[in-house]
Design a protein around this ligand. Structure first.
Ligand SMILES: [Zn+2]
Length: 419
């Protein structure tokens, strides 16, 4: 973007911000801004600014500002190739660049980082997105839950975060950490992200680069990584936003799938198999597929030693034929995704060590395999694992540097204060 244009865009933004804050709705909609600029800053061409008013769309705005100088429909159609005009909002501004009385180009400014231009060449309009350089400033918000700040939310606010940041952080880790039940005194958290500025004006923040919660009862972590698209992964490369684990046990093979009618090897006749059998050696740990509450933990007939867990949204999971139930897993107990609830065995009606795993939705059994596949999120691809580990190191470095810089700044301030 050339310098003159930059100035005009900045001016339009400032003007738009000023007019948005004005209560008086009867303001002049076409403003000669020349008087606001000193002589040497004026571009060669003339410029008009219009602000989108309530009830207007971009076509009406163009028509109002340009009159019969151009065909407003054609210019608006060109804009619609680079953004969606139906999302235009009152207070956004249009800049019209004129040479003599001829319209050279139109610039539509939604925000400091969303600027679009259409330029006329002969009778055709060409559309562009204009980019302004964005400054990224790393921010680290870290703290500990303690007496002064007894909840995670308060701790984040106390450490300089906002309500919005606290909400995003909790959403990011809610699959791994049950914040309602597991937050304890002494638990610590850390969030890293960038604040974005254009010419010194704060325009928002990036996605969280890193979120970590280290607790006495429960911990979780999530790192931003551009796999297919930007999403968050735990340090082990699993999707941080998984609703369910991809499987409750590390298994050698699926020995029997979900079926409405299969031949039962012990009973010797056909009947439904309402779950999936994962073959695994006796003693292999079995994990809860998601946060939930234990609704059964004990010995039954056919299922043998069994655990059932109730999850949100009408989901239940069943873990049968265990050799034993993990310590502390009793009815009514809250469990978290990944928590070990028991160990593979062959109790009940079973021919050998395996985990029978079932899922119910609103009381009805469904095939667990596609449900888990759909809800567990894709992990970081195997061939990108090294790159992913590299990005974790980068975030660590960023955090360290940023903390050191703020420590230096504090030191500088205290020296200034002493003097
Ligand atoms: Zn089974």
């Amino acid at each position: 973007m050339n310098k003159n244009l930059k100035i005009w865009v900045w001016l339009a933004l400032t003007f738009s911000a000023m007019s948005c804050s004005q209560q008086n709705q009867t303001r002049e909609s076409i403003t000669p801004v020349d008087s606001l600029l000193s002589e040497q800053q004026l571009p060669q061409s003339d410029t008009l600014i219009g602000i989108l008013q309530s009830g207007e769309n971009i076509t009406i705005l163009i028509d109002r500002i340009c009159g019969d100088k151009i065909n407003a429909n054609e210019a608006a159609a060109a804009f619609s190739t680079v953004f969606q005009p139906e999302y235009c909002r009152q207070g956004e501004s249009l800049l019209v660049v004129l040479d003599q009385d001829e319209v050279l180009s139109l610039i539509y400014i939604k925000k400091a980082d969303q600027i679009f231009q259409v330029t006329r060449k002969d009778t055709t309009w060409f559309a562009d997105t204009l980019f302004q350089p964005v400054d990224y400033v790393p921010v680290v918000i870290a703290g500990t839950i303690c007496n002064n700040t007894p909840s995670l939310w308060e701790s984040i606010l106390y450490s300089g975060g906002s309500d919005e940041l606290a909400g995003t952080f909790c959403n990011l880790l809610e699959c791994q950490v049950d914040f309602t039940f597991s937050s304890r005194d002494g638990d610590s958290f850390c969030v890293v992200y960038f604040k974005k500025y254009i010419q010194g004006e704060y325009i928002g923040r990036t996605l969280l680069l890193k979120g970590i919660y280290q607790g006495r009862l429960s911990s979780g972590d999530a790192y931003l990584y551009p796999s297919d698209e930007f999403s968050h992964f735990s340090s082990d490369g699993q999707s941080a936003l998984r609703k369910f684990l991809s499987s409750p046990v590390s298994y050698t093979r699926i020995s029997s799938g979900f079926s409405q009618s299969r031949f039962h090897p012990i009973l010797g006749y056909n009947r439904a198999h309402r779950g999936v059998d994962y073959s695994a050696p006796t003693g292999t740990p079995v994990s809860a597929i998601a946060n939930g509450t234990v609704i059964l933990a004990g010995r039954l007939g056919e299922p043998g030693i069994a655990v059932r867990i109730k999850h949100s949204d009408g989901f239940e999971s069943e873990y049968y034929h265990l050799s034993r139930i993990a310590d502390g897993i009793t009815v009514g107990k809250r469990v978290e995704q990944g928590q070990i609830i028991g160990y593979v065995g062959s109790t009940g009606l079973s021919t050998g060590p395996h985990l029978h795993f079932g899922i119910k939705i609103n009381g009805n059994h469904v095939d667990p395999v596609p449900v888990l596949a759909r809800s567990s999120g894709e992990p970081v691809p195997e061939e990108e694992k090294q790159l992913f580990q590299g990005s974790l190191r980068f975030y660590q470095l960023l955090e360290k540097t940023s903390l050191e810089l703020s420590a230096l700044e504090l030191q500088r301030q205290s020296i200034i204060n002493i003097w």
